[in-house]
Design a protein around this ligand. Structure first.
Ligand SMILES: *Cc1c(COP(=O)(O)O)cnc(C)c1O
Ligand code: SF4
Length: 388
């Protein structure tokens, strides 16, 4: 057995341990463990500095989880968008591929609790149907292996899946969505990265939420992946009492860059059953982005998104930098709140250019047409959406 597998075995996972180590009432501990299984491996446990700290809150169950038992357990409607077991196909050219229900740690805020934990929640029998679906759907050029955590698979099993995916010509890139570099960095072994190298282009998206998760061990893991040629991105979930503070997030983003991890997304926490106590306001997220853009490396500024309830996908949000926008000019403010104007290309210049074009009969028809309403006027005040 490899070291990381032994560490998973040595996790805090029983009701007795919860009572003993975290002083949780036995009845409550039983209900919590039944609601969503506990797994705190010795590495992540060692990062806790004091009871209730940002590390503790992410992994130690809390009675608050039981208070919204009626909430939705699939707020993103992933199951409705699942054409075959183990596949969620929400976007035109990419698909999510669930390969295991296991994780190196069970995060109390997990949005996929219905799929994660006991091994029956994601069946390995479904893999064949999933491969067939990916083969038949030639529009899929990007497969995101997720779960659970695909790095809970053994190297042998993982390699079998990668080999199979690489036999499908239209799949251009493979992504691994894994929390292991953060929660169990011992999983990133020289043997694993040597294997991954053979199946490039492989992208990794990992999941750090707090600067205390950046340790010598996790830095080494991320750098090994980068050295193996895997671009590593980070997806952070914004959570009350954990990272809803611009200075904490800025520190995390900068530390990620130092270990060659590129911040990719910050998510609003999903409205998931048992995790609503982690949610904070959209304004807090906008304030965090406002405190990154311009103030630190652009590389440290991820997209801030809401994964729309009901399966709308990720929708980006930006602080409002546009004060006015018409066909002549756009008035903008910068990160220091100074105001600037950018002139649009003049109508007369546009006309001049047109006169160089050969005349076409259709232009005469246009003259009689009413001017088309300017779509830009419909841009909502307050928040605009855009690419970062
Ligand atoms: C997030 C997600 C993706 C990937 O989205 P990107 O914006 O390309 O990173 C794909 N499918 C599903 C269902 C997702 O939730
Ligand atoms: S690693 Fe991901 S899938 Fe697993 S419990 Fe944490 S958030 Fe959920």
């Amino acid at each position: 057995m490899e070291l990381w597998q032994q560490m998973v075995r040595d996790s805090v996972h029983t009701v007795d341990q919860l009572v003993e180590k975290f002083d949780i009432d036995r009845n409550v501990a039983e209900s919590l463990n039944e609601f969503f299984q506990v797994r705190i491996n010795p590495y992540y446990l060692s990062l806790i500095r004091y009871p209730g700290d940002p590390i503790w809150q992410q992994c130690v169950p809390d009675i608050k989880e039981l208070h919204d038992y009626d909430a939705n357990d699939d707020p993103l409607m992933e199951d409705a968008m699942s054409p075959v077991p183990n596949i969620t196909h929400r976007y035109p050219d990419r698909a999510l591929f669930l390969t295991t229900s296991q994780c190196g740690l069970y995060c109390r805020f997990c949005t996929r609790k219905r799929k994660v934990g006991d091994s029956e929640k994601i069946s390995m029998k479904g893999l064949e149907a999933a491969f067939n679906y990916l083969e038949q759907h030639t529009e899929i050029r990007d497969v995101i292996m997720s779960g659970g955590d695909p790095l809970m698979l053994t190297d042998v099993m993982l390699e079998k899946i990668l080999q199979r995916l690489r036999q499908i010509p239209h799949i251009e890139i493979i992504r691994l969505g894994t929390k292991m570099p953060c929660v169990l960095p011992q999983r990133i072994t020289p043997k694993l990265v040597e294997m991954l190298k053979k199946y490039h282009p492989i992208y990794i998206n990992t999941h750090f939420n707090h600067p205390w998760e950046v340790t010598p061990e996790s830095s080494k893991a991320c750098q090994m992946l980068a050295d193996a040629g895997c671009p590593v991105g980070n997806q952070m979930v914004l959570m009350k009492g954990i990272n809803d503070d611009p200075m904490v997030v800025r520190e995390l983003m900068q530390k990620l860059l130092k270990m060659r991890v590129r911040p990719y997304y910050i998510y609003m926490a999903d409205q998931t059953k048992g995790a609503n106590h982690f949610r904070t306001t959209v304004e807090k997220g906008l304030e965090i982005i406002e405190n990154l853009r311009g103030w630190t490396s652009g590389l440290a500024v991820p997209h801030f998104v809401i994964d729309a309830p009901g399966g709308g996908g990720k929708i980006p949000l930006l602080p409002n930098y546009v004060l006015h926008h018409d066909e002549n000019k756009i008035i903008l403010r910068n990160f220091e709140k100074k105001v600037f104007a950018y002139e649009q290309v003049k109508e007369t210049e546009k006309l001049k250019r047109k006169t160089h074009k050969p005349k076409s009969p259709s232009r005469k028809v246009k003259k009689d047409k009413k001017p088309v309403a300017n779509i830009r006027e419909v841009v909502l005040p307050g928040i605009i959406t855009s690419e970062n």
